[in-house]
Write a protein that binds this ligand. Structure first.
Ligand SMILES: *Cc1c(COP(=O)(O)O)cnc(C)c1O
Length: 399
């Protein structure tokens, strides 16, 4: 006798699998909360005691050095948040008003907003199911059919606009297929900007995410793997880009003992010392946090190993993921169960959430140029992010 192919998910089985992992955790179980288990309080107190709370302060430099040491980036420039970091990296990548910038539609809204801040237009491209990030093969096919080179620059054949850059995003900490993306970018002479907001602690071929493209960014928002309250960083190996990043995020003020002279329109985007103090303490904890996250992921992976119709997203080959947020991906044929599953989990006070609504479905971005986005549309209807706070590692026991 053969078992008929099920077209609907057995909710009970899925709830049981999550329940196995969270059995010792009292509800409500938040999706993600920060862990402050080290020197955070001492360093922040020192800022207040000494009066060094704002942008000029020793912790900013120490934080940048810690990020450089961990990621291997030659330069890290600490800024007020990841969105500001994206805004500046896009400008430094050469994005200008009226350009188009290739980006995934399946991302947090900051990716698209930062393109808009440059008075450019997001041009949405397709992702794949392996990484949830931009699909290099589909990108190559799409550009082959829809873009053309004119005097050394790439243009959208339909709008005539210049395509200035590609932004890729390492979703939930899982690195994109960088070797292939870099190859496509090289072929079309496109700068690659990595939105590594979610992937501090994730490596591709032993290289830290955010350091493989021309520029990358990190976020230290309250829900990321480390938090400075709010914060971000620009990563690059290019000395000149780093110097410009530092300059224009500090109001483009020329260094002088007393004179206020600014040589261009700059931004007040530098990270305050208070936040950097938190960041230095968090960077000391980062290896622990990554290890805890990977233990939690392993528990989810084990619990779902034999569940039909749903899979925990695992790190791609050649990659080591920080597993920032665990993603449960329902099979396409089980997508109809998505809403019921979210409801059933919230009924148990597991504060799970669906993946973002794709950017091309948001009012302000629905008229932007885009590739065929059937994978994006499909995934948007069947991903559930599961509770992934690092401190859960202590409550779920060892596998
Ligand atoms: C968190 C995040 C950002 C930046 O967010 P901020 O809150 O501005 O630090 C950018 N892109 C993605 C994909 C993110 O998840």
């Amino acid at each position: 006798m053969t078992t008929p192919a099920s077209s609907s998910l057995d909710l009970g089985t899925v709830l049981h699998a999550v329940g196995q992992v969270l059995q010792n955790v009292d509800p409500p179980v938040p999706l993600h909360t920060p862990t402050f288990a080290g020197n955070e309080w001492g360093y922040v107190k020192e800022c207040i005691d000494t009066g060094w709370v704002s942008s000029a302060g020793a912790y900013v430099t120490r934080f940048e050095e810690a990020i450089q040491a961990y990621t291997g980036a030659k330069h890290a420039v600490a800024v007020v948040n990841g969105t500001a970091a994206l805004h500046i990296t896009l400008r430094l990548a050469g994005v200008q008003a009226d350009d188009e910038v290739l980006a995934p539609s399946l991302t947090f809204v900051a990716t698209a907003n930062a393109i808009n801040y440059c008075q450019a237009t997001p041009h949405f491209v397709e992702v794949n199911e392996v990484t949830l990030g931009v699909c290099p093969q589909r990108l190559a096919d799409y550009l082959g059919a829809n873009a053309e080179r004119r005097a050394g620059t790439l243009h959208n054949r339909h709008t005539g606009k210049r395509i200035a850059a590609l932004v890729c995003m390492h979703a939930f900490g899982h690195p994109c297929d960088m070797a292939s993306l870099l190859e496509v970018c090289q072929r079309y002479n496109l700068p690659l900007v990595e939105d590594a907001a979610e992937s501090l602690g994730s490596f591709y071929n032993n290289q830290h995410t955010g350091t493989l493209g021309r520029l990358g960014i990190l976020s230290f928002n309250g829900n990321k793997i480390i938090s400075t309250g709010g914060g971000g960083a620009i990563l690059t190996n290019d000395d000149e880009l780093a110097a410009t990043a530092r300059h224009i995020t500090t109001t483009a003020k020329l260094p002088h003992a007393w004179a206020y002279v600014h040589d261009q329109v700059g931004y007040n985007y530098r990270l305050p010392n208070l936040n950097a103090a938190l960041g230095v303490a968090q960077m000391e904890q980062l290896p622990n946090l990554v290890e805890q996250k990977r233990r939690i992921a392993q528990r989810y992976l084990d619990a779902f190993a034999d569940v039909e119709g749903a899979t925990i997203l695992a790190e791609p080959t050649n990659a080591r993921s920080n597993y920032w947020l665990n993603a449960l991906v329902l099979d396409a044929k089980c997508a109809a169960a998505h809403a019921d599953l979210l409801q059933a989990m919230h009924d148990r006070q597991w504060l799970v959430r669906p993946i973002w609504m794709p950017m091309h479905r948001l009012g302000m971005y629905q008229h932007c140029p885009r590739a065929q986005l059937s994978v994006t549309e499909s995934l948007a209807a069947r991903v559930v992010n599961l509770p992934s706070s690092a401190h859960l590692a202590q409550q779920i026991g060892g596998a």
